[in-house]
Design a protein around this ligand. Structure first.
Ligand code: PLP
Length: 275
């Protein structure tokens, strides 16, 4: 099994992480998760563009070109003979003695691994329950930072209520899931939070919006209050690993039972074709 350690492809057992990495001290880093279908990366360019955008927003410079990074990830996939799974890649602001102030002279550290991960067929078919809770995260959720405490807390809270995912709201306005974006469908129109600083603009979200428009659906990117969930016809989450996963029940601050409807199924099918 190969991994990426400090920008190099090496055997996993030889990997070494410095204890003074700013990722450990401050969660000072960013990441991407890229899906591999039949040995081929899906929407790799969009992920790499978001990686570069996150780096820019965090005032972090890359220790290699984006082309070099792409080729490194391709080598990882090939060496590990990855078929259906994910590639995780992260970049931290490098190694230095613990100090809140960063200097801009440390070299960023890129690490990564691959993992087989077949589609979760049962969830895609039967849907999931979600737990509605407060969004306690910071105000730069558009950055894909490894600093995920708000997301982690929400996910645990959801699991403690037998839910697969948390759906978060900020002052009553629904933002997104702990590791996914949320869509509601009402009267053949799709609703999802706009790509502002309050959510991560998911790659799957973007692909699904495009697919929906191609299929002739109207997509409204506007924030909606959590109470409208009760009136939705259908709902689903999107992410690199969960693709288009239907929601069958909302629990917690909103209670609603939904049918897994025809538009969700149509989007799932169209997504499957695009893979
Ligand atoms: N929102 C959050 C907070 C996430 O962590 C993720 C993915 O991990 C997403 C949305 C979905 O993004 P993507 O479709 O690019 O995987």
């Amino acid at each position: 099994e190969y991994v990426i350690d400090n920008g190099q492809l090496i055997l996993a057992e030889e990997a070494k992480i410095d204890r003074n990495d700013r990722g450990y001290h401050f969660g000072d880093g960013l990441y991407e998760v890229i899906r591999i279908y039949d040995g081929k990366p899906f929407t790799m360019t969009m992920h790499l563009d978001r990686f570069a955008a996150s780096a820019k927003k965090l005032d972090m410079s890359l220790p290699m070109t984006m082309d070099q990074l792409e080729s490194l990830l391709e080598q990882l996939i090939e060496k590990n003979q990855l078929e259906d799974g994910i590639v995780y890649v992260q970049m931290t602001r490098g190694v230095s003695q613990r100090n809140h102030l960063y200097s801009r002279s440390e070299t960023a550290v890129i690490t990564g691994y691959s993992q087989e991960m077949p589609a979760k067929k049962e969830l895609l078919k039967n849907g999931i329950d979600v737990w509605v809770t407060d969004d306690i995260r910071w105000l730069r959720c558009d950055i894909k930072t490894i600093n995920l405490l708000g997301n982690v807390m929400a996910k645990r809270e959801a699991a403690d209520h037998d839910c697969h995912e948390a759906v978060m709201h900020r002052d009553g306005m629904v933002t997104e899931g702990s590791s996914s974006n949320l869509f509601l469908i009402k009267d053949n129109i799709l609703y999802t939070h706009p790509a502002t600083n309050l959510i991560l603009n998911g790659i799957t979200r973007q692909v699904v919006i495009q697919i929906a428009k191609e299929l002739g659906y109207e997509v409204i990117e506007e924030a909606f209050p959590k109470d409208v969930i009760e009136h939705a016809d259908e709902a689903f989450i999107t992410s690199t690993t969960s693709e288009v996963t239907p929601i069958k029940q909302f629990k917690g601050q909103v209670e609603a039972s939904l049918e897994i409807g025809p538009i969700t199924r149509q989007l799932q099918e169209a997504f499957e074709q695009r893979k």
